[in-house]
Design a protein around this ligand. Sequence first.
Ligand SMILES: Nc1ncnc2c1ncn2[C@@H]1O[C@H](COP(=O)(O)OP(=O)(O)OP(=O)(O)O)[C@@H](O)[C@H]1O
Length: 266
Amino acid sequence: MNAKALELKDISLNRGYFRLQGINAEFPPGRITAVVGPNGSGKSTLLRTMTRLIGVDSGEVLIHEKPASAFSPRQLAQHISMLPQAKDSMPDLTVRELVSYGRAPYKKLFHQRHTKEDKRAIDFAIEATCMSKHVERLYYTLSGGEQQRARIAMALAQGTDILLLDEPTTYLDIAHQLEILNMLKRINEHMGITIVMVLHDLQQAAAYGHHMIAMKRGIIAAAGHPSALLTPAFLKEIYDIDAKVMFIDGYPLIIPMAGIQIQEEL
Ligand SMILES: Nc1ncnc2c1ncn2[C@@H]1O[C@H](COP(=O)(O)OP(=O)(O)OP(=O)(O)O)[C@@H](O)[C@H]1O
């Protein structure tokens, strides 16, 4: 596998309502990159440019040092999978059917049967996401955490070496957020998949990301190792908030200065 899995070179796009400008980024291969930034700063748009769901006006997305434009859509989908935000609806399918969709880039015309490799990839994805006992259930009957695991299983079944996730922990309680993040960490460690995930929780982004990219108004405003990046100056610049940052046992804690205090009992 190439030393550089995914790179963005001078990406710009202007959609009238929004611009990405001069985006240069390298995503460390086999590691987790967390993409953070305020609402509307362009995080999802950036992810979509990487899968060519959105075309760019100038610049290049490089996949294993080759321009993404040199890949056919099918070839690209064999290298890079993307899990969109959970707000996008899913059809009425069982978990196994949903996960099977991940194999679409490998299907030949008029060959709808699963190959041995399809079956292996589907079973592996179901097992890695601990969804074995839910495979025959309809997606809409699952809890939020189970639905998210099923969606991640579909992306994993695609068998790509790059996985993009847009807010994989949205709508989940703290326990299920950690369950998803720990699962992604395990997958990253065991399979060496390059993961890029958009997260709003900065503490989790810094704790789970080996690398962090912060967007603001369509540009990359900061990038680097999370423990170096996450400072009061960073929070002021990116989010315009005053806050302290502490690390306890290596876990980052952000304490807003405009002190919201626990309310006294009535
Ligand atoms: N299909 C679209 N039509 C119109 N405007 C769009 C469309 N998609 C994105 N935008 C606009 O582009 C800008 C960037 O959106 P994007 O979804 O990339 O931001 P984001 O950082 O992912 O936001 P959030 O954190 O709220 O999900 C926003 O102003 C958004 O309203």
